[in-house]
Design a protein around this ligand. Structure first.
Ligand SMILES: Nc1ncnc2c1ncn2[C@@H]1O[C@H](COP(=O)(O)OP(=O)(O)O)[C@@H](O)[C@H]1O
Ligand SMILES: [Mg+2]
Length: 137
């Protein structure tokens, strides 16, 4: 799947569309530099799952949980982690891919930490907008 998103609202819509096909246990690795739109896309997925709470960046919390949608949603940002063993101490290494949908920002910092079957979403800036590619790993 490939989406051309002219603005943040279009990126939300792309996330909503992907959400429709997500199942419990799915892990979605969100790739793209700072400000690419990973959190914006995650907000679209949350909306598509029917999450009613406001979805904010988990950069400081590391993982935010949302239980109000059709599936539990775990939104992870590993930007601030320095070593893979912090994924273990945060409980993420053990839980990722269990019950619910997992979204991981900056997953490529710890390439070996995610299930083989994860989906990858690559977001890149193109002119004023963004191109989003959804790939199976
Ligand atoms: N399709 C788009 N075109 C232009 N700007 C966008 C688009 N999507 C998102 N943005 C803007 O880019 C920024 C992305 O921020 P954010 O989603 O927090 O990125 P990340 O989580 O990748 O660091 C936001 O300011 C948002 O409004
Ligand atoms: Mg972010």
């Amino acid at each position: 799947m490939k989406f051309h998103c002219v603005d943040a609202a279009a990126l939300h819509q792309a996330g909503e569309q992907l959400a429709a096909s997500l199942c419990a246990g799915d892990v979605v690795l969100l790739e793209g530099g700072l400000g690419a739109g990973k959190t914006t896309f995650a907000q679209g997925i949350a909306r598509g799952l029917g999450v009613t709470e406001a979805v904010t960046s988990p950069t400081y919390a590391i993982v935010n949980e949302y239980m109000s949608g059709r599936l539990p949603l775990f939104h992870v940002d590993v930007y601030r982690l320095e070593a893979a063993d912090e994924l273990v101490s945060a409980g993420i290494a053990e839980l990722v891919g269990e019950s619910g949908v997992w979204l991981v920002e900056w997953a490529s910092r710890f390439p070996g930490a995610w299930p083989e079957s994860s989906l990858e979403v690559r977001i890149r800036e193109v002119g004023e907008g963004r191109v989003v590619e959804v790939l199976g790993r």
